[in-house]
Design a protein around this ligand. Structure first.
Ligand code: HEM
Length: 496
């Protein structure tokens, strides 16, 4: 084989000249990449306006402003109803406030129904899970309400007993709430619950939930802008990939375990139903039912069903403990309507104050502040602006719940805003924690039932208070979801 040295001598070029050539090549490539990036960063013609992007990274650093943290001159954009951001070369439209979101997601439901084909999603789920567009979404195998009611009521007992073990001493409720809530999704997916000390399952939920935080980090957006960062061995995106691999390995194991005794065409849970569909469409070359997509969709269902409802309940416990007068009114209603018996779905209508408190938690705490990113399925025109097909769209649900056109004093926790003068529950138009339109939350009914049953059962048995001298923080931890910072409470058994 001819060595490089010999090759160089053949062309009578010195080492120095070779190095200069290579250096120039690298610099030229770098300049070309920068030019390509700057061209990508140009707003398409007719696109909504937005703050000036920084070279290369665009407006990635401004994203956190959407959830209320404004940065001086960007403020003017963050209060207008439609504007654009450059997320490292990914042109993105932001919809702010109720009117703009309704106009697009509801009145142009089909047009705003896609999910963006971002490198991060492609790498993690090959765009094949349940929340992505090119999957023929399997209708959720959610059991009828009567069965769900039973599942949740049974889990409530495990939950209360676990709390009782703390005997009124301070504890952080995060772990117990996560376990209890995830068990409802587990019953739907696997037909079984996991015990609160199952360390493998705990670990899986923990790293999965860490990924929800990491997916909203600057590193994740940088990866979307520059997918070659996959080869950069450090950074939060690498942690995200490692976590995802670990989660998928674990899910594969438990899917195998729970499908062992399966009887075809007689589904007992989501896995059975999916495998039935997979077998039926085995000869269809275009089918999206596959072993991989089963794992991705199970993962997405677990995290969509756990992270959101868990955080809502944790916020509800935090606010109810912070406002003892509201807690007292909730307990009065519970005692009066239930009279010591367990709560059930049918009781929701008769408990307007509990409903008002839970709605106010969903409004103020904005558990999914920016929804799940959408994309346009065809060219669209909104308020005179042109939005090309495939553009990423962020729906700022946070802004809907702080929209002063619809809410007075929106930053105040005030459940009474959901009550009429006769004390009856009143719906509000600009209330979109589950979003609207074609891709709105699939688990809304389930989440509402879980919140109601867990919340009423908890406050029926316990009085919640903070440990002496503890001052909780109300500022959220930022991520794809907004969760409360860790706090401790004492759950004291009530005398009834
Ligand atoms: C309080 C709890 C919950 C909140 C606040 C919530 C909120 C949301 C939001 C804002 C979206 C994005 C919709 C959009 O793109 O416009 C979403 C999507 C979704 N949610 Fe929920 N969610 C909750 C609970 C659940 C539960 C319990 C499940 C099921 C087990 C679930 C399953 C899903 C799924 C599968 C999607 C994707 C739908 C699609 O792409 O077609 N969610 N959720």
């Amino acid at each position: 084989m001819v060595s490089i040295k010999r090759l160089i001598s053949l062309f009578s070029v010195s080492w120095e000249q070779t190095l200069i050539c290579l250096g120039s090549l690298v610099i030229t490539l770098f300049i070309l990449l920068v030019i390509r990036q700057l061209v990508k960063q140009r707003r398409p013609r007719g696109f909504p306006p937005g703050p000036t992007p920084l070279p290369i990274i665009g407006n990635i650093l401004s994203l956190k402003c959407l959830a209320g943290e404004w940065i001086n001159d960007e403020y003017c954009y963050f209060i207008i109803q439609i504007f654009s951001l450059d997320l490292g070369g990914v042109s993105t439209v932001i919809l702010n406030g109720y009117d703009a979101i309704k106009e697009c997601l509801y009145h142009q439901s089909e047009v705003f129904a896609d999910r963006p084909s971002l490198p991060l999603f492609q790498k993690m789920t090959k765009m094949g899970g349940i929340v992505h567009p090119n999957m023929k979404v399997l209708t959720l195998f959610i059991p009828p309400h009567i069965l769900l009611n039973l599942y949740i009521s049974e889990e409530c007992l495990f939950f209360l007993d676990a709390i009782d073990q703390h005997q009124g001493k301070p504890f952080n409720p995060k772990h117990l709430v996560t376990n209890a809530v995830s068990n409802i999704t587990n019953l739907i997916i696997f037909g079984q619950r996991f015990t609160y000390d199952d360390s493998d399952f705990q670990h899986m939920i923990e790293i999965f939930s860490e990924n929800v935080e990491l997916a909203a980090s600057g590193w994740a957006f940088l990866y979307n802008a520059f997918p070659w960062m996959e080869y950069v061995p450090f950074g939060k995106h690498q942690k995200l990939f490692r976590n995802a691999n670990e989660v998928y390995d674990f899910l594969l194991q438990i899917i195998k375990r729970f499908s062992q005794d399966r009887v075809p065409q007689s589904p007992q849970h989501y896995i059975d139903a999916y495998l039935d569909e997979m077998e039926q469409s085995a000869t269809d070359k275009a089918t999206s039912f596959s072993q991989d997509n089963l794992i991705f969709s199970v993962g997405e269902l677990i995290i969509a069903g756990t992270e959101t409802t868990t955080n809502c309940l944790r916020w509800a416990m935090l606010y109810i403990t912070l406002y003892p007068r509201i807690q007292e009114k909730v307990q009065m209603e519970i005692d009066c309507i239930l009279n010591g018996r367990p709560s059930a779905l049918e009781d929701k209508q008769g408990m307007p104050y509990v409903e008002a408190v839970l709605h106010e938690v969903l409004r103020l705490c904005n558990v999914v502040p920016l929804g799940i990113f959408r994309a346009t399925s065809q060219d669209a025109v909104v308020r005179g602006y042109t939005i090309p097909k495939g553009t990423m769209v962020i729906t700022n649900l946070y802004s809907v719940h702080f929209d002063e056109k619809y809410w007075s004093n929106p930053s105040i926790f005030w459940p009474e805003r959901f009550l009429g003068c006769n004390g009856k529950f009143v719906r509000h138009e600009a209330f979109l924690p589950f979003s609207i339109g074609k891709r709105h939350c699939l688990g809304e009914q389930l989440a509402r039932l879980e919140m109601f049953l867990f919340f009423t059962t908890l406050l029926q048995r316990f009085h919640l208070q903070f440990p002496e001298g503890f001052i909780p923080s109300l500022s959220p931890k930022l991520g794809m979801t907004l969760q409360p910072r860790p706090y401790s409470i004492c759950a004291i058994r009530r005398q009834q």
